[in-house]
Ligand binder design. Structure first.
Ligand code: B1M
Length: 215
């Protein structure tokens, strides 16, 4: 069995210590952090999600899997950072109001920081008002919203609308992502960029901070 399959199986069972040891072993064996993330950790979360959908597991099992995922990504974190990165700008990041999923958001944070973007992490269950306050008080110019539920993705439109109402819309770049989000949804709510994963979100944010947003 490949090491990524072993990581995936340990994660699906919520075996945090095994996940930590196997991720370290995979790094020692020369696998890239991206391989470990994609083929081990993220692959496992897909299986967990599928089993939950089919009522084969329930919320407690998802929670222990999430904890094991956090432990695995913590080991990968230093390896996902680019060496000697310079600070290039500031972003506010959060999972939108009503939504408590934070694994994808935390990955986005890791990738942003790896590109030299300072992150004001607003956490989960973040209202549109909190995103606006981060702009007013912390000087962020990128607003990054994550949503995992079809019932909460609508909150992203509230974020865009509140920035517009306050007259700040042209001063920020609003990025959206998360499993139910698509490019057409992004366009329909008037956000600036949709990206399907954390790494491409960081690439886009870096480009925007260096070159400005495409008009
Ligand atoms: Co939840 N959950 N959950 N859950 N959960 C999903 C999302 C679900 C798809 C499972 C399923 O039914 N198959 C389903 C949503 C269905 C829907 O709306 N269509 C679901 C549900 C229903 C629920 C509850 C309602 C269950 C209940 O209570 N009955 C409940 C809601 C709680 C709430 O938020 N109010 C709930 C609770 C939970 C737990 C707390 C138990 C736990 C979360 C723990 C945590 O986050 N700390 C949990 C988990 C673990 C999942 C699954 C299994 C895994 C999510 C995950 O972390 N994936 C998930 C099924 C699945 O996704 N396969 C599921 C890994 C993560 C890295 O992926 O966050 O998508 P993701 O991030 C990706 C991309 O989306 C992207 O980058 C990452 C990859 O690089 N991305 C961005 C994310 N944000 C981005 C922002 C960007 C750009 C890219 O730019 C700004």
């Amino acid at each position: 069995m490949s090491i990524c399959t072993q990581i995936s199986e340990a994660l699906q069972k919520g075996k945090k210590k095994d996940v930590e040891a196997l991720v370290q072993q995979a790094l020692d064996e020369g696998l890239t952090p991206k391989q470990i993330l994609d083929d081990g950790l993220l692959a496992a979360m897909d299986v967990v999600g599928e089993k939950f959908k089919n009522n084969e597991i329930y919320v407690p099992e998802m929670l222990v899997a999430a904890r094991a995922m956090g432990a695995g990504t913590a080991i990968l974190k230093p390896h996902l950072m680019e060496a000697g990165v310079q600070a290039i700008g500031k972003a506010a990041l959060g999972t939108v109001k009503g939504d408590l999923h934070d694994i994808g958001k935390n990955l986005v944070r890791m990738m942003f920081e790896g590109k030299g973007i300072e992150v004001v992490d607003l956490g989960v269950d973040v209202s549109a008002e909190k995103f606006v306050e981060a702009f007013e008080n912390d000087g962020v110019t990128v607003i990054a919203c994550s949503a995992l539920l079809t019932t909460t993705m609508g909150e992203m439109k509230n974020v865009v609308d509140l920035f517009t109402q306050k007259g700040y819309r042209d001063k920020v770049t609003i990025m959206v992502g998360g499993a139910p989000i698509t490019d057409s949804y992004c366009k329909s709510i008037g956000a600036d960029y949709y990206t399907p994963d954390a790494a491409s979100a960081a690439d886009v944010a870096k480009k925007v901070l260096i070159e400005g947003k495409a008009s």
